[in-house]
Write a protein that binds this ligand. Structure first.
Ligand code: PMP
Length: 402
């Protein structure tokens, strides 16, 4: 038996008792975080250029989020499973969010995470259509629970868990070949308007518009996974606004809670009837839309809207593109503050990421690519901090050229 009185450092406890997801975690011990920075327990400051993977769009511990949390803390925490009681933070957040979405997306089902939003969206599409066939794309990433993994297009992550959901059909992203797959059995198409983990790959506008038309014609639901691209990151509140295409179901999470865990999927009242009847309570969650998370999310969204935070994204993109127009940079892909820097090979990419970290700049990878550096700073980042980060990147790219 373990001795509960044995004093362990946080580091030792982490490495001995927290389940790890790789044998080489970064292992930075966090002391505190504020704005675009976080600090480790040695007093080192880091600029966060990945925003906790597209979460901290408002930076860390934004004052409006902290105020909302404090005031909710004095009212109530969890009281009842999702969907039974009227809880003001949930209702207010749903009201505000639907007010800025297209009219057809007039309800939100709150969950706890991104993958759970996708799970719910897939179930909603299946129940609403009474069909089971799903269309998804290679190099997509939709989460690691079984349903989301079933529509994630990367075999190396899927193979250890086979069999997954049947009747999922994969196509290349942006490939018109997908149009041959639509039929009267198709329940849904799920895609990211800008693939994130696949290496920051935007959908082509005409192709996405045709996917919308094909869904409408086949009576299938179009599901957009905007878990990574949502809440201003690409220069619009949601990436679908760049395309003039409205999904039937919109999945959200990550930045949605201003740093607190919450996800959700939006759809029409008509679609959501599928969850109300035959039988009632056929899709429920205990913690979905936790009052603390919804209070934080509401405050974060209000701040985002009042300050039109998405308008900051094009300037961030411009500064990054100009600052990193260097020999050795193969390409910068993406939109706004959802960018991917492509370097020539894995060794250079790793060396650049490590060198930047040594200089106090946190960058990261995407799951499906090892020559692409994720650039996703908080939208509140000031020009001076942004320019300092770009200077570190420049210096590192030039120093690491082989
Ligand atoms: N979809 C997309 C596009 C994502 O980027 C992610 C997370 N990287 C997820 C789904 C899964 O979200 P979560 O980790 O909150 O389950």
């Amino acid at each position: 038996m373990l001795n509960p009185n044995e004093v362990l450092s946080a580091r030792d406890a982490f490495f001995r008792h927290v389940a790890l997801t790789s044998d080489a975690p970064m292992g930075i011990e966090i002391d505190y975080a504020e704005g675009p920075f976080f600090y480790d327990t040695n007093g080192r400051r880091y600029t966060d250029f990945i925003s906790g993977i597209a979460v901290s769009t408002l930076g860390h511990r934004h004052p409006v989020v902290l105020d909302a949390l404090r005031s909710q803390l004095d009212r109530h925490l969890h009281v009842m499973v999702y969907g039974e009681f009227i809880q003001r933070p949930q209702s207010d957040f749903a009201r505000l969010l639907t007010s800025v979405l297209p009219e057809s997306l007039d309800r939100i089902y709150f969950v706890n995470s991104g993958t759970e939003a996708n799970e719910g969206a897939l179930k909603l599409a299946k129940k609403h259509t009474g069909r089971s066939k799903l269309i998804a794309f290679r190099n997509s990433y939709h989460g690691d629970t079984h349903g989301s993994l079933s529509v994630t297009g990367r075999d190396v992550y899927r193979d250890p868990y086979l069999p997954l959901l049947p009747d999922v059909h994969f196509f290349d992203f942006n490939d018109p070949a997908v149009f041959e797959a639509f039929d009267s059995e198709t329940a849904a198409v799920i895609l990211e308007p800008i693939q994130g983990e696949g290496g920051i790959i935007p959908a082509k506008k005409a192709w996405l518009q045709s996917v919308r038309e094909a869904c409408t014609k086949a009576g299938a639901c179009l599901i957009f996974d905007e878990i990574q691209s949502g809440f201003g990151r690409t220069g619009r509140l949601f990436a679908f606004e760049h395309y003039g295409v409205v999904p039937d179901i919109l999945c959200m999470a990550k930045a949605m809670g201003g740093g607190m865990p919450v996800g959700g999927f939006a759809a029409s009242s008509r679609l959501f009837e599928a969850f109300m009847y035959d039988p009632p309570l056929n899709h429920v969650t205990t913690f979905g839309g936790h009052p603390m998370s919804c209070a934080a999310g509401h405050a974060a969204l209000q701040f985002t809207l009042e300050n039109k935070l998405w308008e900051r994204a094009p300037s961030i993109e411009k500064q990054i593109r100009e600052g990193l127009d260097l020999p050795g940079v193969v390409e910068i892909r993406g939109r706004g503050a959802m960018l991917g820097l492509v370097l020539p090979d894995f060794d250079t990419t790793r060396a650049v990421v490590e060198r930047c970290l040594a200089h106090g700049l946190l960058l990261g990878w995407t799951l499906h690519s090892n020559t692409l550096v994720r650039l996703a700073p908080p939208l509140i980042i000031e020009d001076e901090v942004l320019q300092d980060a770009i200077a570190i990147l420049r210096e590192s790219i030039l120093a690491c050229q082989s």
